[in-house]
Design a protein around this ligand. Structure first.
Ligand code: PRP
Length: 181
């Protein structure tokens, strides 16, 4: 398949992602072995593909729920402000919760989620992200399960977008600099 013109190069190909996702799923399954049920909370929209692949490799009993946020982390006027636009369907009180993100950038979103979920008194609360950009971090957040650390380039594919495009590419690619200014 030809790569879209706006993309610079593939950073993580399909096989590399799949192998890492399988390893993460094995690690999570081992760590949670013996619990009744793990609640995976996917953060929309970006995490939907990672969550779908990760969940299908888990051997621990689990269920899937979603949360949607609107972040303004790229806007200078409301730095770090995060707004909840769709909450989970089920309560997480006394349940084992794993927040599943596609990427941790500044950390504001995950920081908001951790504070928000802690207040709901889950039995346990951990985090999993496919990608992390440590160079961009503005607030320290604990990442319990990490797929890949990447440098500060705009990446798309495998759930990640640029203006809502490129989410369904099977690989993760860097966007050309001129495509996002
Ligand atoms: C992305 C990503 C994380 C957040 C991380 O979401 O899915 O939720 O940004 O950034 P942060 O660490 O700087 O807070 P985005 O706002 O792009 O929405 P989307 O997932 O719907 O594309």
């Amino acid at each position: 398949m030809k790569m879209p013109d706006a993309l610079d190069k593939v950073l993580l190909d399909e096989e590399t992602i799949a192998a890492r996702v399988r390893k993460l799923a094995a690690q999570i399954s081992a760590d949670y072995a013996g619990i009744d049920e793990l609640v995976l909370i996917g953060v929309l929209k970006g995490a939907f593909i990672f969550l779908a692949d990760l969940a299908r490799h888990l051997t621990v009993t689990h269920c899937v729920d979603f949360i949607a946020l609107s972040s303004y982390t790229r806007s200078a006027i409301s730095r770090g402000a995060v707004r909840l636009i769709m909450d989970t369907r089920a309560s997480v009180t006394d349940r084992h919760v794993l927040i599943v993100e596609d990427i941790v950038d500044t950390g504001f979103t995950l920081d908001y989620l951790l504070r928000n979920f802690r207040a709901r008194k889950p039995a346990s609360l951990h985090t999993c992200t496919l990608l992390s950009k440590p160079d961009r971090r503005q607030v320290n957040v604990p990442i319990d399960y990490l797929g890949f650390e990447i440098s500060d380039v705009w990446v798309v594919g495998y759930g990640l977008d640029y203006n809502d495009r490129f989410r369904t590419l099977p690989y993760i690619a860097a966007l050309k600099q001129q495509a996002h200014g």
